[in-house]
Design a protein around this ligand. Sequence first.
Ligand code: ADP
Ligand code: MG
Length: 316
Amino acid sequence: MENAKEKILEVKNLKQYFNPGSKNEVRAVDGITFDIFRGETFGLVGESGSGKSTTGRSIIRLYEPTDGEIDFQGTKVHEISKKKDLLKFRRDMQMIFQDPYASLNPKMKVRDIIAEGIDIHGLADSKKERNDRVDELLKLVGLNPDHASRYPHEFSGGQRQRIGIARALAVKPKFIVADEPISALDVSIQAQVVNLLMELQKSQDLTFLFIAHDLSMVKYISDRIGVMNSGKLLELAPAEDVYNKPLHAYTESLLSAVPLPDPDYERSRKRTAYVPRVPNNEPEELREIVPGHYVYCRESDVDRLKKKRAAYDNKK
Ligand code: ADP
Ligand code: MG
């Protein structure tokens, strides 16, 4: 089965620069390469400003990439130019946003918010079919269909995020970019929303790009994790390896920021600061240290990193 994994998304050397060529140029995404397999959850982590949202938005073609390729189920996303092709692509790829307050139109009833995709794509033949579908979607995300005629402000943050999820699911997508979907929610309801997303992944055959700024939540839900900083992917590996066998200094610094429910540990916990390396003439790129475990490094680092990885493996 391991070999039978099918790539649903291939990102090659993606660059997304803002104000390119000007003195205000921002290299938000600066040449990243990774694949996502059908059915998996790929966690993308990194502190604020790393380029995670820009990556997600480029993949779903909210931006025109500065350079690079995005291949989604055979569609060259970076080459889409016609509105009709973009529309078709967006049926298969949807986004869930961080802020459930800002992302729902306050003047629209929940029914119409959720049915937006159904209307745009003409997925219902009658008003009844449209309404039945909305009721079904509300139930699917754990909300009461009787509330369809209410407005977003009548719902809590967690409920609003469920509405956002129902809206994304309305067009039966294959792939969802979830950009920090729980960061704005109370800690007490974060797990509920994550559990819902994981249930939906199974029942609706979804693939997730799940963006987060810390490793604590993505650890449990991701199959693989990419660690991002300053527009680059610095480490990419199965979730347990990123968590238990980190090889890049930036990943170690992110891990040192994850609190544990152990007071003794918390008292002695030291946050390791990450100091980016001074570039020299040896190029840094994402290199495979052991199968499936990649680190952004120089060729001359590889031996040391292989030893570091082997030391972890022998410790167990
Ligand atoms: P993250 O989601 O990891 O917090 P972002 O992708 O939002 O990071 O931002 C990456 C960098 O790009 C930041 O320096 C941010 O200020 C900049 N940036 C994001 N969007 C724009 C934009 N539309 N115009 C100019 N700079 C932007
Ligand atoms: Mg972001």
